[in-house]
Design a protein around this ligand. Structure first.
Ligand SMILES: C[S@@+](CC[C@H](N)C(=O)[O-])C[C@H]1O[C@@H](n2cnc3c(N)ncnc32)[C@H](O)[C@@H]1O
Length: 265
């Protein structure tokens, strides 16, 4: 046993407990980070998924409901499901603020979706697969609840194959609930393996200020200097594949964000 009580206790919690613990702390700072509502990214995901007025959408690991809220402006109905009650509280506030009447929220684990087969015409998830122990199982669940002819859309960070280990190492230090971000080729193969077809994708770089994201992701205090040092070295080495750079003297970097969509037939 070590000496840091909180962190050692965390080692004994299940992964879901660690997700809930992390995102209960992150709920308000995550909501306050404008980068998570990046307009270009949201427009790109709507362009790729081309939602229609009669679509019925499920947003899994919906968090504070940013993606649900974008779909709700267009489609008939959106359901958002997430494990962390504090994130769902933020989603309800967003729903009130945007006066959305066609959305409802559920608390639950997306590894076993509490829905019948073939219910939704679009099933989406953003920035969640890198928190999953078994993303392929979750993807198969997404496909199961999607109706024939419907669409399954996954948006996540996809590091280059040769940088993926370095990227995941520092991301795990920054956010202990991180499991593994997948390179694009792995995500694409997974979509094919679960039987999704007619795959299409988009990509964009999402700029992040290091200090701001550190303050909103609650790393172990003993790791903060290590993380900063890794990014400092990255300014010249690009080991992480995130194009670390200085803006107004502060370290910024780009999350490599991919969006991939497939049809269920
Ligand atoms: C980085 S946030 C992304 C939130 C939202 N999808 C977005 O794009 O803004 C990750 C979310 O995944 C949720 N999550 C992680 N594992 C989950 C699981 N097994 N079941 C349900 N939600 C989960 C967390 O609670 C958290 O709200």
């Amino acid at each position: 046993m070590g000496t840091n009580g909180d962190n050692n206790n965390n080692n004994f919690l299940s992964h879901n407990d660690s997700i809930i613990s992390q995102f209960t702390k992150q709920a308000i700072p995550f909501t306050q980070m404008s980068e998570h509502s990046n307009q270009y990214g949201l427009e790109l995901l709507l362009k790729l998924s081309d939602p229609k007025q009669n679509d019925i959408v499920l947003d899994i690991a919906c968090g504070n409901g940013i993606v649900s809220g974008e779909f709700a402006k267009i489609v008939a109905h959106v359901t958002g499901i997430d494990l962390t009650p504090a994130m769902i509280e933020q989603a309800k506030l967003l729903q009130q603020e945007k006066q959305l009447k066609n959305v409802d929220w559920k608390i639950g684990d997306v590894s076993n979706l509490p829905f019948e087969d073939n219910l939704f015409s679009i099933v989406v998830t953003r920035y969640s697969f890198h928190h999953m122990l078994e993303p392929k199982k979750v993807l198969a669940e997404m496909k199961r609840v999607c109706m024939n002819g419907g669409k399954v859309l996954v948006i996540d960070v996809t590091p280059d194959v040769d940088k993926v280990d370095a990227f995941n190492y520092v991301e795990k230090l920054r956010d202990s609930s991180h499991t593994r971000a997948l390179p694009f080729s792995e995500l694409e193969n997974m979509m094919k393996e679960v039987g999704l077809v007619k795959l299409k994708s988009e990509y964009h770089d999402l700029e992040m200020p290091l200090e701001k994201i550190l303050q909103s992701s609650f790393p172990d205090p003993k790791d903060v200097d290590k993380i900063k040092q890794i990014f400092k070295e990255d300014l010249t080495k690009n080991n992480l594949g995130v194009k670390s750079h200085l803006r107004d003297g502060e370290i910024h970097f780009y999350f490599p964000v991919s969006m991939i969509i497939g049809n269920k037939i």
